[in-house]
Design a protein around this ligand. Sequence first.
Ligand code: KIV
Ligand code: ZN
Length: 524
Amino acid sequence: MTQATDKDRVLIFDTTLRDGEQSPGATMTHAEKLEIAGLLDEMGVDIIEAGFPIASEGDFKAVSEIAQNSKNSVICGLARAQFPDIDRCWEAVKNAAQPRIHTFIGTSPLHRAIPNLTQDQMAERIHETVTHARNLCDNVQWSPMDATRTEWDYLARVVEIAIKAGATTINIPDTVGYTAPAESADLIKRLIAEVPGAEDVVFATHCHNDLGMATANSLAAVAGGARQIECTINGLGERAGNTALEEVVMALRVRHDIMPWTTGVDTTKIMNISRRVATVSGFPVQFNKAIVGKNAFAHESGIHQDGMLKNVETFEIMRPADVGLTESNLVMGKHSGRAALRDKLKNLGFEVGDNQLKDVFVRFKELADRKKEVYDEDLIALMRVGEDPENDRLKITDLKVVCGMHGPQTAELTMIIDGAPQSTTQFGDGPVDATFNAVKALFPHSARLQLYQVHAVTEGTDAQATVSVRMEEDGRVVTGQSADTDTVVASAKAYVNALNRLIVRREKSAPGEDKREISYKDVS
Ligand code: KIV
Ligand code: ZN
């Protein structure tokens, strides 16, 4: 059980599977959610917010299963300030060894106006719903959404009501990333000093990153007295995202001299989970992102390299191994066998079953034939390719493109669609455009391309390209990824990967049934 009373211990509340998964296109499959929850549990995260059970059948099932499987972490579900939400949330979390209900309502003037509740009506709603949650579960978290833009008097009043009704954790969200560090610290300090009963609960901080201050604001809130930080892996989350777990945890570790608080997180597991979240969410980590970016420990300039050779501390404030980063080394060649591949993947954090190994091994051999040197990053990219090729309705079997200065840029594409091979030749503004036109000609659809992104996995002209695409159709947002030494082939496969996911989503949810239709404002 987490030691909420230990004054120097900061609880880490991870909301990758709820707030993180809410970012458009970051939807994870059921199996992926379970896997990420397992990794969070293993790395010592105190509380996992596993989802929003009333939002969809899928969320409910994921939260329930995570609740049943978790070994160490408290498992929490989100609920709006309504009895049916809270009941559904309790249904989902009740089998956890340590369940928690997290209920919230928007308390700022802008948020009160949406359900059209007066201050008194909302106060009454808070009293009723927190009491109801507490009658079901003895671990209840309450959040006044948009707290940082709520009038001080009203905020203090509703926090007191929630504490009296039985909330055990009071979370103060900076929902729109509006606050700044000094203000963040003062707000928590003042609530603790002035609200009756504040000494009996844990105060939490939940910061969004719209102005790039989420991590600083979270740490400032801890200095003000908060003892729970809400965060996500890689800072995943709507708009500019949330406080990044890896940033707060490493900041508290590296600057323990001025921030004397500890967490229970095993930092050596950070890199692995960061990579898995990037893979399953389809949101690659920017190269220069603190702690987990590809360049976070890269030293390129001559002066830096010279200093590093003399003493690593000249340019490094933490060791790569502290976050679980092993040297990127030449791993294998075309003569390596299955056992070696399985072993290497395990070291990189991928547990693969026999069937998956068979598939990855074929792709590894193809890659090793084309690319002299296969690095850790290449294998990680291989693991990103579409998760269930057996069940894919669309498969590319051949692609030839004509590109160059004098066009016309042309794509000759053959795909198997529902078991039947079909071919076409199409033109476009460049080889990728021609290829996407060819896919669309063979499989007409109305999905709109929202994002097309290419990254080189390693250095060199034979580097693999990883391509991510995001598409939207009738409010359903899907992402697709692929990797190949040929950028156009990677693009085509990523596009088709997204379409395969879209087909599954079409079958699972009618337009308007997607969980994003569940609105935070719907509290009447
Ligand atoms: O940002 C926010 O206010 C939230 C609440 C639901 C806690 O995510
Ligand atoms: Zn949030």
